[in-house]
Design a protein around this ligand. Structure first.
Ligand code: KG4
Ligand code: ZN
Length: 347
């Protein structure tokens, strides 16, 4: 059983957790949403400065709440890729310093692998293989989890992430930031069939469409045009637009991930990322999975959005498998999920 202190600072949450294998001993998440709200999105330089400001109190709080001492901690982990470079640097520098100071191994963790591990925390008996639909503000991917540390990317967005599309459409409708939860709430009062929006298909050079990839920028542009047209005639039916947009996103995410699971003979789908909170996606995917006899797991929201517990859980598994990272490991704004093993030297 490995006990890990984990740090997550890849975007706008400063998070520290202590995890013992699949058990969360403490999880501190300090969100920067208020700081970035005025700008309608994350400002990277402000994010790094804020991480720097509060990382030490977060570490102290995580240790106090878990009631562990340094001797009980087997390794120190931090998200090292993908993310905002300046933000990642804060967490990685803190983790390496603690690792050196307390003579513990350091483990760099891939942020998306962390999102996948959120499902192991909520479904203690979950084992690979399964399919993970990862839908956040920065990522939209369908990942085939073949085994521990072994991933195949089956589908991804070619432009905006699903959460980013929610945020952009909310901005077009002057609803505020972050847009996902606001659209979700408003959509309940609207008609999801009021407007037909394009579901975003990716053409293949040999003809036909990519079966699992996504595109959300066309959908956003269609909403923009619709608003411009409706503005000429009078009031904007905001709730109907929100409901139609949400139904289109939920429909396409459901359709392509179910297709993917069926084609690859996978019978379990897990969800990760902030958009997993979306009620339209939850209802749609749950119903479609039941129809095809597939198991679907939505982790609780606090594990879907960015947190360090998921990073700690991934690190505990790597530690158990004898994987540790060299202290020379740097941060990267992007790394493919299929390359996670490059972050470790195996003992
Ligand atoms: O995973 P997350 O907390 O951060 C990233 O790593 O990006 O995801 C944040 C994203 C935002 O774009 C937010 O608008 C979206 O998740 N989101 C939602 C909902 N709650 C959060 N999108 C749709 N419906 C929701 N209920
Ligand atoms: Zn994330």
């Amino acid at each position: 059983m490995a006990t890990i202190l984990a740090i997550e600072t890849s975007c706008d949450e400063t998070a520290v957790a202590i995890v013992k294998n699949r058990k969360v001993l403490s999880s501190i998440v300090s969100s920067q949403i208020e700081l970035h709200r005025t700008y309608g999105g994350v400002v990277p330089e402000l994010a790094s400065r804020q991480h720097l400001e509060i990382i030490n109190p977060c570490i102290a709080q995580a240790i106090a709440e878990a009631e562990v001492d340094w001797q009980q901690i087997d390794g120190i982990a931090a998200t090292c890729t993908p993310g905002l470079v300046g933000a990642l640097l804060v967490g990685v520098a803190a983790a390496k310093t603690l690792a050196m100071l307390h003579q513990k191994p350091f483990l760099g963790i891939h942020h998306l692998e962390g999102h996948i591990y959120a499902s192991y925390l909520s479904e203690q008996s979950l084992e690979p293989p399964f399919l993970c639909l990862l839908v956040s503000g920065g990522h939209t991917s369908t990942i085939y989890v073949q085994d521990y540390g072994q991933y195949q990317l089956l589908g991804e967005t070619r432009d905006d992430a699903a959460g980013e599309a929610f945020d952009k459409v909310a901005r077009l409708l002057n609803l505020g930031y972050p847009g996902g939860p606001i659209i979700d709430r408003l959509a309940r009062q609207g008609n999801p069939e009021a407007f037909k929006l394009p579901e975003g298909k990716i053409s293949l050079p040999e003809g036909g469409y990519h079966p699992y990839d996504f595109s959300f920028s066309g959908m956003k542009t269609a909403v923009q045009r619709l608003i411009q047209k409706l503005e000429l005639t009078g009031e904007i039916p905001t709730a109907d637009i929100a409901a139609s947009f949400q139904a289109t996103v939920a429909g396409v995410l459901t359709k392509r991930s179910i297709q993917c699971a069926l084609d690859y003979g996978i019978n379990t789908i897990t969800i990760g990322g902030g958009v997993a909170a979306n009620s339209g996606l939850r209802n749609n995917l749950t119903a479609a999975a039941a129809k095809h006899n597939l198991q679907v797991y939505f982790p609780p929201l606090k594990l879907c959005t960015d947190n360090a517990a998921m990073i700690g859980c991934a690190a505990a598994q790597h530690f158990e498998l004898g994987h540790t990272s060299p202290l020379t490991l740097g941060v990267q704004s992007r790394t493919e999920i299929t390359k996670v093993m490059k972050l470790y030297s195996c003992s």
